[in-house]
Design a protein around this ligand. Structure first.
Ligand code: HEM
Length: 538
């Protein structure tokens, strides 16, 4: 099979090569030379000056000077854990992905995160949480890079830098570290009303989870599964915490953040260390792979929409258990690199325009964050499947590639035969019709409905949860300096639910605006009329 890859790339697990045991009788330099003294720099006489020839001193200081790498542009603060995914085998009719076959166990690494705050920010803030899982499968690495909220702010990747710039701290004061308490955030979501659905989800209690162990996870986008016969289905991925979904109330969160800003990462590490292993079931909502990519009137390519479970129940595929804490936070939690394009045979991307932007973004950002294109060779990112690629050289290359002909076909090193058909591997494009039309910068009409789903979600909350959401809006909007922004957001709330709008307006001491959209009941959305109040929030 062509040029062999020599380690470390492709070396299946075990103790990572190059790991430092930090034990032994002697301290050494980075080159392995024994050191006799590491407490004093070399000086000309006891009172100096210090000598430039002291390589040991310069090696220590130089390495220290370069210890920090850039934090992630989003999701900078996170905590991670290792675990195992056990497949129930219930997914075999849906997908040929080997890790979902009966009785297969796959090692995983998970990173939970907040989105907006910097690496040193507090855990228990009102924000979306990242829920990224790396499955080290026998057929290559599969990353499910999800969030704890099933919908996203925007519909098109071209808007991602804008929404992040609006949510990040103001450029002048560098505050706040949380997502929602400032003018630019509310300016953005009140002007770009497709963001109202996601905003409501984290104004409600899910914005302050009690624990990472008690959060749901969602792949958000629709994916396409392909089975052994080549039949396809559209799916949305869900993680269901075995402990149930729980949140903190706002007052609890304030106390917790003050007493222990590391509350979530401590909770995760302590639980695992004490043998109280957190666990989630992985499931999918399954939709027929029909040409218009709609289900019950809901556009499956619109990432601001979710499909209520009453319309498409979640079918469980397996269970993930986190059973080991990282040994080295930097090597594992910081250096891990997830990518929504890390797919395995049997799982494919849909045409969601947000997902397509993500497929470009993660590799691009990681080249800068992790210093060049070879971060896949780091122990935490190494696939557990054999690697035989034609990628060569680059910064921080640590693989020693054998062979002289990294191209196919070649007549020097032998070579892999080309494979065709459904068995050929990952990235096999399902022959899907491409919609005819002209090139244009425009959304499908179904993307223009921004309010029926927030209305549906709000009315499914219990009265207590509705009150919490109203109080959250009042608190966060109360921190805006610009009155016009508050008023514009109140109009968005009027479009979601008149009662919600009234409560928030009363708290802010502002008049109740008139809705600019027809009431949700009149929007021809089967989801609203069929579901009423029945969203099952724990
Ligand atoms: C992290 C871009 C939407 C979930 C990141 C990072 C970038 C990024 C650049 C930092 C990655 C790194 O440094 O390793 C984007 C873009 C998006 C988008 C361009 C839309 C166009 C989403 C959505 C979700 C999501 C919809 C959830 C479904 C995450 C998670 C992380 C992350 C969980 C943290 C991964 C980790 O723990 O290392 N994103 N993102 N992102 N993103 Fe996105």
């Amino acid at each position: 099979h062509g040029p062999e890859l020599v380690s470390p790339t492709g070396t299946p697990t075990g103790e990572p090569e190059g790991s430092r045991s930090q034990s032994g009788d002697f301290l050494t330099t980075a080159q392995g030379a024994r050191l006799q003294d590491t407490d004093h720099s070399l000086k000309a006489g006891r009172r100096g000056p210090t000598l430039l020839q002291d390589h040991h001193l310069r090696e220590i200081i130089t390495h220290f000077d370069h210890e920090r790498i850039p934090e992630r542009v989003v999701h900078a603060r996170g905590a991670g854990a290792h675990g195992v995914f056990q497949s129930y085998g219930t997914g075999t009719g849906l997908t040929r992905a080997g890790f979902l076959a009966p009785d297969v166990e796959t090692p995983v690494f998970v990173r939970f995160s907040t989105v907006v705050g910097s690496r040193g920010s507090a855990d228990v803030v009102r924000d979306t949480r990242g829920f990224a899982v790396k499955f080290y499968t026998d057929e290559g690495t599969f990353d499910l890079v999800g969030n704890n909220i099933p919908v996203f702010f925007i519909q098109d990747a071209i808007k991602f830098p804008d929404v992040v710039h609006a949510a990040k701290p103001h450029p002048d004061r560098e505050i706040p570290q949380a997502q929602s308490a400032h003018d630019t955030f509310w300016d953005f979501v009140s002007l770009h009303t497709e963001a109202q659905a996601h905003t409501l989800w984290f104004m409600a209690d899910r914005g302050i989870p009690r624990s990472f162990r008690m959060m749901e996870g969602f792949g958000v986008h629709t994916f396409r599964l392909i089975n052994n016969e080549g039949a396809t289905a559209l799916v949305k991925f869900h993680w269901k915490p075995v402990m149930g979904v729980h949140s903190l109330v706002w007052e609890e969160a304030q106390i917790v953040n003050g007493m222990d800003p590391d509350f979530h990462r401590r909770d995760l590490a302590d639980a695992i260390e004490s043998g109280n292993f957190p666990s989630w079931e992985l499931g999918v909502q399954v939709f027929p792979d029909v040409e218009d990519e709609m289900y019950e009137g809901i556009d499956l390519l619109d990432p601001t929409k979710f499909v209520p479970e009453e319309l498409a129940p979640v079918q469980m595929l397996g269970r993930m258990t986190l059973n080991a804490n990282p040994k080295n936070y930097f090597a594992e939690v910081e250096q891990v690199a997830f990518h929504p394009g890390h797919l395995v045979p049997g799982i494919d991307a849909s045409n969601d325009p947000l997902l397509h932007g993500r497929l470009f973004s993660y590799l691009d950002t990681q080249i800068s964050r992790l210093g060049g294109p070879n971060f896949g060779q780091l122990p935490i990112n190494r696939p557990h499947a054999p690697v035989n690629d034609m990628l060569r050289d680059g910064m921080h290359q640590s693989a020693d590639y054998a062979g002289v002909a990294p191209y196919k076909p070649n007549s020097l090193d032998g070579g892999c035969p080309f494979h065709a058909g459904i068995d050929a591997g990952a990235f096999i494009d399902v022959p899907q019709a491409v919609q005819a039309g002209k090139k244009e910068r425009a959304n499908p009409a179904s993307f223009n409905d921004h309010f029926s789903q927030p209305t549906l979600f709000y009315r499914s909350l219990t009265p207590t949860e509705q009150d919490h959401a109203a109080q959250a809006y009042a608190f966060e909007l109360g921190k805006c300096y610009e009155q016009t922004i508050r008023e514009r957001q109140l109009t968005a709330l009027a479009n979601i639910d008149a009662d919600l709008c009234r409560k928030v307006a009363a708290e802010l001491g502002l008049p109740v605006p008139v809705a600019t959209e027809p009431p949700a009941e009149q929007i021809p959305s089967p989801a609203v009329s069929q579901l009423g109040q029945s969203w099952p929030v724990a």
